[in-house]
Design a protein around this ligand. Structure first.
Ligand SMILES: [Zn+2]
Length: 171
């Protein structure tokens, strides 16, 4: 299944303090060790980890929808577009990494994204693209996706704390 930062913007108004980049290199020690750490966890789980030097990504499997980052458990890829201020892409990376954690743990809210053996997030993308989806089904889908995103956001906050990332979680 596919969870991208197009339906779920990461933490609102995240402010990153003391952050500088020089020639694309991250100068904040906690951020660079966070990235090093998650890259190794992600890759050792057989998932591709890509920080792409582009402004946005295109999900071809979902009707060529644009997004800032995604984790796809079928493609086995965690990808984030980073040709923009770090203030904009770091929260996306933390969010998509937290989806990876849900998948790796196979937590209930991640498992429930599947309904009768079918990935419901695809229907959500269809709906975003103005395709018709039955109301009852849509309500179920939205509930499940919302639960999954809520669980993800809790993980985001705990990852920010755990890695002491310079993001203000109160704002
Ligand atoms: Zn999400």
């Amino acid at each position: 299944m596919e969870m991208s930062s197009v339906i779920s913007p990461p933490l609102k108004l995240a402010t990153i303090k003391d952050m500088k980049t020089t020639n694309g290199l991250i100068q904040n020690k906690n951020v660079s060790s966070f990235i090093k750490h998650i890259r190794s966890i992600v890759e050792s789980s057989g998932v591709k980890f890509v920080l792409a030097p582009v402004k946005y990504l295109i999900i071809s499997s979902e009707g060529r929808i644009r997004c800032n980052g995604y984790f796809d458990s079928e493609e086995l890829t965690l990808k984030c577009a980073i040709n923009k201020p770090i203030l904009e892409w770091l929260p996306v990376l933390i969010h998509e990494y937290s989806h990876f954690e849900q998948w790796k743990e196979n937590c209930p809210s991640w498992r429930h994204i599947e309904m009768n053996g079918k990935d419901v997030s695809s229907d959500m993308f269809l709906w975003i693209k103005d395709k018709k989806v039955a109301d009852v089904r849509l309500r179920k889908i939205i509930n499940r996706v919302r639960n999954c995103e809520l669980d993800c956001e809790k993980r985001v906050v705990s990852n920010i704390r755990k890695f002491k990332l310079p993001i203000d979680i109160l704002s």
